[in-house]
Design a protein around this ligand. Structure first.
Ligand code: ATP
Ligand code: MG
Length: 444
C-alpha cells in the first residue's frame, strides 16, 4: 500500500515520539480503489497538544476543539486528528462534545460509511472493523452502525452518501438507502453552503442521473421545484419521456462538469408551470426557458452559489431552446455575447437536450455538428468577435482626432461591420474607412 513521502514523514515522526498514527478515511478508500486521494488524513493516539509539541513550528492548531492539527510539509498540508468519540449530536449536525480516546477502532466507529472507516499504518497493519474492504470490493455504500441513528446525528451524511454513490458509482445498501429517505427532513438543518458543496460534487458524478432518479424526494427538501417535474407528461410527440426522465437523460448526456450538469438539471424546471394543452390535445410549454431561468436563479441563490457559477448556469438555461446559429455571421454574434467557453457549453447543452428527446429527432445533432464546425473554423481563422480582437483600438481612434464617447461608438460600429463581413479585420482598411467616414461627417 502506497503512502506518499510527506504523509510517511508525518507518521514516522509521530511513531518516533511513541504515538500510534494511521492514514484514515477517504485517502485509504481512494488509494485502495486505485484513485489519487485529494487529501491525506492522519488519525493518532497523540493528544492535540502532544502533536503540536512533536511538530513544533510545522504544526498549526487549525481545529483544536475537534482535535485537529495541520502539519505543513513541502508537498502540502496533512491533517492530524486525535482518535475521538463524538458525544451526543445537536441540531442534526454538530456533536455537543468530543472525547479523545486511545483506541483507533473507537475513532473508526464515529465515521460515516464503512468504506470511509479503514486505516493503515507504516508497519503494514490494516484496521477495518466494519468490513469496509468487502464493501469496497462489492461497490456498496453502507453506514457504520445503525443508519437511522447516523443520519439523525448528522444529516449532511445523507448527501455525502448519495454523493459517494454518484461519484464512485457504488450502489447504496438497501437499509442505508431507506434510512436516507426516512431522515431526509434533517437536511433542513444543514447550512446551504454545505448542501451546495456536496450536491454539486454529486451532480458531477458519473452516476448522478441514477442517484437523482432513485430519490428525488431527498433533493426536494431543498429544491422542491424539482418534484413538479417528476412524472409530468409532456403530451408532445417530440418527447418520449416525462419532464423529469427527459431531464435525467439530458443530464447524463453532458460531461461531468457541475455547470453543465446543473444547467441540464434546471433547463426545463419551468415546464410544469408553463404547460398548456391545445385543442388537439398536444402539450406546449411556451416561454418555458424564461420561467426556468427565473426559477433557476432563485434556486441557485437559495444554495448560496458563487455569482459566476449562477450567472453561467442561468444563461445556459435561458439560451437552451434558442435556434443554434449556423452561419458565420450568427456564430460571430453568439461568440460576441457568450464568449467561446459558454458557446461551446451551449452546444453541449443543446446536444444533450436533443438526445433526451424521442430518437426520431436525433438528426438535429447534425445541425449542432455544423455549428461546431463553423465555430472551430472561425476560431482557427482568428475571427474577430470582440473589441479585443479588432485590428484597431481606442488609441488609433484618438490619433484620428476622435474623443469621448465617439471613440466607443466608432469601435462598436467597426466591430459590427467586421462581424457582418462588410469590412475585413485589417488595420489599414479600418483606418481608411474611418477617415473617409470622418471626412464625410466633417463635410456635412
Ligand atoms: P473526499 O474525497 O471528498 O475528500 P472524504 O471521505 O475524504 O471524501 P472528507 O470530508 O475529506 O471526506 O473526510 C475525511 C473522513 O472523515 C471521511 O472519509 C470520513 O471517515 C470522515 N468524515 C467526514 N465527514 C464525516 C461526517 N459528516 N460524519 C462522519 N464521518 C465523517
Ligand atoms: Mg478527504
Amino acid at each position: 500500500m502506497e503512502t506518499p513521502k510527506h504523509v510517511e514523514y508525518v507518521l514516522t515522526i509521530l511513531e518516533a515520539a511513541g504515538h500510534a498514527a494511521w492514514c484514515v478515511g477517504g485517502c485509504v478508500r481512494d488509494a485502495l480503489l486505485g484513485r489519487t486521494p485529494e487529501d491525506w488524513d492522519v488519525t493518532t493516539s497523540a493528544r492535540p497538544e502532544e502533536t503540536l509539541a512533536v511538530f513544533g513550528s510545522r504544526a498549526l492548531p487549525t481545529g483544536l476543539k475537534h482535535g485537529t492539527v495541520t502539519i505543513k510539509t513541502e508537498e502540502g498540508p496533512v491533517e492530524v486528528t486525535t482518535y475521538r468519540i463524538d458525544g451526543a449530536y445537536q441540531d442534526h449536525r454538530h456533536p455537543a462534545s468530543v472525547t479523545f480516546t486511545r483506541s483507533v477502532d473507537q475513532d473508526l466507529a464515529r465515521r460515516d460509511f464503512t468504506v470511509n472507516a479503514m486505516a493503515w499504518n507504516l508497519r503494514g497493519e490494516f484496521r477495518d472493523p466494519w468490513g469496509g474492504r468487502t464493501d469496497l470490493e462489492k461497490k456498496v455504500l453502507r453506514c457504520v452502525g445503525d443508519p437511522d441513528r447516523r443520519f439523525q446525528e448528522d444529516a449532511l451524511r445523507i448527501l455525502r452518501g448519495l454523493r459517494f454513490g454518484a461519484t464512485l458509482g457504488f450502489s447504496i445498501e438497501p437499509g442505508t438507502e431507506e434510512a436516507i429517505r426516512r431522515n431526509r427532513e434533517g437536511l433542513r438543518d444543514i447550512a446551504a453552503e454545505r448542501i451546495q458543496v456536496e450536491f454539486f460534487k454529486l451532480l458531477a458524478g458519473k452516476q448522478a442521473a441514477e442517484v437523482l432518479r432513485s430519490c428525488p424526494e431527498v433533493f426536494g427538501v431543498f429544491w422542491p421545484e424539482l418534484l413538479a417535474m417528476v412524472g409530468f407528461d409532456q403530451k408532445n410527440r417530440h418527447h418520449c419521456y416525462d419532464v423529469w426522465e427527459h431531464t435525467l437523460h439530458a443530464l447524463a448526456a453532458v460531461p461531468g462538469d457541475p455547470v453543465l450538469r446543473c444547467a441540464m438539471l434546471l433547463h426545463d424546471v419551468g415546464k410544469p408551470a408553463s404547460f398548456t394543452l391545445d385543442e388537439m390535445g398536444v402539450g406546449h410549454f411556451y416561454g418555458h426557458p424564461a420561467v426556468s431561468h427565473q426559477m433557476a436563479e432563485e434556486m441557485l441563490r437559495r444554495l448560496k452559489c458563487a455569482t459566476e457559477f449562477r450567472e453561467t448556469v442561468v444563461r445556459l438555461v435561458e439560451w437552451h431552446d434558442k435556434d443554434i446559429p449556423r452561419t458565420d455571421k450568427s456564430i460571430r454574434r453568439a461568440l460576441r455575447i457568450l464568449g467561446e467557453e459558454d458557446l461551446r457549453r451551449l452546444i453541449l447543452v443543446k446536444r444533450a437536450d436533443n438526445l433526451g428527446q424521442a430518437p426520431e429527432f436525433w438528426d438535429r445533432q447534425k445541425e449542432l455538428d455544423k455549428a461546431e464546425e463553423i465555430l472551430n473554423r472561425l476560431l482557427a481563422e482568428d475571427a474577430c468577435f470582440s473589441l479585443k480582437r479588432l485590428a484597431v483600438n481606442g488609441r488609433d481612434l484618438l490619433a484620428l482626432g476622435l474623443s469621448g464617447p465617439a471613440v466607443g461608438r466608432a469601435l462598436e460600429e467597426l466591430l459590427e461591420k467586421v462581424m457582418d463581413g462588410a469590412l475585413p479585420n485589417e488595420r489599414e482598411v479600418l483606418l481608411a474607412y474611418l477617415q473617409r467616414d470622418l471626412g464625410t461627417e466633417k463635410g456635412t
